[in-house]
Design a protein around this ligand. Structure first.
Ligand code: ADP
Length: 163
């Protein structure tokens, strides 16, 4: 039986990286049920469709107990409440990363004090890793070995070859 969602990890995951996966594993140890939800920011133009990002995430989390993957809609706090989650998980890459996350966390708190944002500090290996950097590297056909879950590199190359 799927455990109840205790926490929501929202993001673009365009594409999922080993940095995201590390946060997912660690958050799943702290919260009994974790929903990883793909959101599309109105201001961002993603490389991958929501379905493609869901597929990559699903493959990456299949062995992690208590984790499910979903397509998020609307406001993150409202979505969190709708699925019964009391915590929104975000990963922070050092103090600069925290500065970037604070306005959203404060706004979410204004919208609902019933949902708390919980920050997980990026592991040293993944501090400098981002989806944008991975896409930039892939653009030069540089190896992504050790940076993304299996299958993601091939999907990136296939997608970039289509452009
Ligand atoms: P968003 O566009 O919502 O920031 P991302 O997919 O870029 O979506 O990131 C989702 C969350 O994962 C954010 O909280 C981000 O800070 C965090 N994150 C991204 N890359 C890493 C990483 N290498 N290590 C830890 N956390 C990360």
């Amino acid at each position: 039986m799927q455990p109840q969602d205790r926490a929501l990890y929202p993001g673009s995951f365009d594409p999922v990286t080993n940095g995201h996966l590390d946060i997912i594993r660690r958050a799943a140890r702290v919260f009994d049920g974790l929903c990883v939800a793909v959101f599309t920011h109105p201001s961002k133009r993603p490389l991958f469709s929501v379905e493609e990002r869901l597929g990559m995430l699903q493959a990456a989390v299949q062995d992690i107990p208590g984790v499910r993957v979903a397509a998020g809609t609307g406001l993150v706090v409202e979505y969190a409440q709708a699925i019964g989650a009391r915590a929104v998980v975000r990963g922070v890459r050092g103090t600069v990363g925290l500065d970037e996350e604070v306005p959203t966390a404060l706004m979410n708190r204004r919208l609902s004090e019933a949902v708390d944002t919980v920050f997980f500090l990026a592991a040293p290996d993944w501090l400098g890793l981002s989806s944008s950097l991975v896409k930039e590297l892939a653009g030069y056909r540089a190896s992504l070995a050790g940076l993304v879950p299996p299958g993601v590199e091939a999907m990136l190359i296939a997608k970039l070859n289509q452009l």
